[in-house]
Design a protein around this ligand. Sequence first.
Ligand SMILES: [Fe+2]
Length: 223
Amino acid sequence: MQLRKTDLFTFIHKAIRSIIYDAASNLQSIDFADINESGKLLASLQSQLELLHEHAVHEDNIVFPEIQINEPEMVKELNQEHKILEEKLNQVKMQIEKTDKVIDKDKRLEYGAELNAIFNDFAANYLAHMNHEEATVLEASFKYLSDEELVAIRTRIQTKIPPERYKIWLHWMLKSLNNSELISLLGGMKSGAPPQVFENVVGVAQSVLKNENWSKIKSQLMI
Ligand SMILES: [Fe+2]
């Protein structure tokens, strides 16, 4: 029986979905008349958008070229979706800047409501795009690439991310996985990663997971 190969998309897409749900939920309920409060949210939204942009760049530069030869049409279509998403992401960024600059409360409320609508459009497209990738390029990666090649791609992505940034990704990823996924991910790291790396990951897990849940996972991992 062939074991399931390394999956380059599911965990990171879960992290991205959490980022989008979190941003959308905050954005629709924030009081834009409160400059301080909404200013903080706009800054955090900017950082969240950077993560989404970074993910698309990794797919464009590192993942898609590996599938290009076997599935040129598929990759062309997904690249096209990335271009559209990048344009929409830039519209969100511009609206964030416009909203952040304005002091007048009525104008701020107006621009904030526009920002919410622009973000909803971006988020809907991004979510549909990830569904599309999971139905196409994820399967293609299993079909055309060996597990060694998939692991090498994952390593190339990981080495591009500075440690502090990697911690932010881990934060979103670990809080987005279910228990069996967490046990499989952390169990793999426990046996395969350098002890210091594993300890750092455990530290992030401990800080993002609910105590009760973390205790369950810890006992299963025997740590
Ligand atoms: Fe993508």
